[in-house]
Design a binder for this molecule. Structure first.
Ligand code: ACO
Length: 345
């Protein structure tokens, strides 16, 4: 089902980057809101049980942002941590890319709001939208700017306040999602190979499987559209599940092929944290061992574009990823969109 392009891809490790230039992740950071919404809490809100949610998804809890805490606030906190760890000032950032489906507002971009909050006055800033795949899409865009020597320091963020687009009366969706943000700083670092490859794919034929129908120019907010619940996320869970497994396997296989890496060489797999059964199916098909995977969906649920960004940060802080290790990120989301990236840490 995937349409990943077959292309002649030179092994960047053999070539030592593109003409000596690499795109490394200098530091990562993440932030999740303090409010915890457990499965027991949800049992009081909709007709569900801890047992159903845990056995069908692996999720036990999720974080929910405060009413006055927005995507740009969470993104800024994650970015500040990454900057501190990279020992960089906000004024050194050349470009800010925020991946999100829950921007503070349709425009200006959340990236511009983050720029203002950080005081990153030199940076250009824009958002991208690839749903749960957004962080890898943003990494790939950032890599192109580093490799082309357009920019030297790029802040890439995945951030979401999904609680703002969830119908809290719909048990099919409200148990799955949470809020949070993760950030990474990309730089050319001659001592590291960094991002070896990132591949992306999309299938707009399946746009209806997972969408938020209202709020755009097709269906502006009106009392009728609000009453019909058109401004909440909608999902065909079963079909999304099947497509997720296929696309994540294809993307991961393609990314590994492009940089001539075998799954056994991967120290840590960071999959999109949507559903433990999806992660199990994908890792089984790839021939990965359970201990290769990093999982935090039990604590945060699906945070869409923030998902792999938060998990990457937590894996690094937990010591699961050390310098020189190979890391595989693999994602899937609305669009449909999917992608994978291999990083030498
Ligand atoms: N509690 C109790 N019962 C529930 C709940 C709930 N929270 N939710 C659904 N059910 C019921 C359904 O109504 C259905 O009942 P019925 O048979 O009487 O109609 C039954 O449970 C089974 O529902 P299924 O849809 O078959 O359950 P499934 O095993 O497919 O799990 C789930 C549903 C968890 C949503 C799964 O399909 C899934 O994870 N899909 C993928 C989601 C995903 O990966 N999203 C990624 C992208 S997200 C993004 O881009 C923003």
């Amino acid at each position: 089902m995937t349409n990943l392009p077959e292309r002649d891809f030179k092994n960047p490790r053999a070539e030592h980057g593109f003409k000596g230039r690499t795109c490394s992740i200098a530091a990562v950071g993440s932030y999740v809101p303090s409010k915890v919404l457990t499965n027991a809490d949800l049992e009081k809100m909709v007709d569900t049980t801890d047992d159903w949610i845990t056995s069908r998804t692996g999720i036990k809890a999720r974080r929910i942002a405060a009413a006055d805490e927005f995507t740009s606030d969470m993104a800024t906190k994650a970015a500040q941590l990454a900057l501190e760890r990279a020992q960089l000032e906000a004024s050194q950032i050349d470009l800010i890319i925020v991946a999100t489906i829950t921007p503070d507002m349709p425009f200006p971009s959340t990236a511009c709001l983050v720029q203002q909050k950080l005081g990153a006055y030199r940076a250009a800033a824009f958002d991208i939208e690839a749903a749960c795949s957004g962080f890898i899409f943003a990494l790939e865009i950032g890599q192109q700017f580093i490799m082309s020597r357009t920019y030297d320091t790029i802040l890439v963020i995945g951030a979401e306040k999904l609680s703002s687009i969830i119908n809290w009366k719909d048990r099919n969706t409200c148990v799955l999602f949470g809020d949070g943000a993760g950030a990474a700083i990309l730089q050319n670092r001659p001592d590291s190979h960094g991002l070896l490859t990132a591949c992306m794919g999309s299938d707009g034929n399946k746009a209806d499987l997972l969408c938020l129908p209202g709020g755009g120019c097709r269906m502006p907010p009106t009392p009728d559209s609000l009453a019909a619940g058109n401004h909440y996320l909608r999902m065909d869970g079963k079909e999304t599940f099947k497509n997720a497994v296929n696309a994540m396997c294809s993307a991961a296989t393609e990314a590994l092929r492009r940089c001539e890496v075998d799954i056994t060489q991967i120290k840590c797999i960071i999959p999109h944290q949507a559903n433990l059964r999806i992660i199990d199916a994908v890792s089984d098909r790839l021939g990965a061992k359970p201990e290769q995977r990093f999982i935090n969906l039990d604590r945060y649920g699906n945070t869409s574009a923030a998902s792999v960004a938060i998990a990457l940060d937590e894996a690094v802080q937990a010591g699961r990823i050390q310098r020189g290790d190979l890391v595989l990120l693999v994602v899937f989301g609305a669009g449909l969109t999917w992608g994978a990236a291999v990083i030498e840490w």
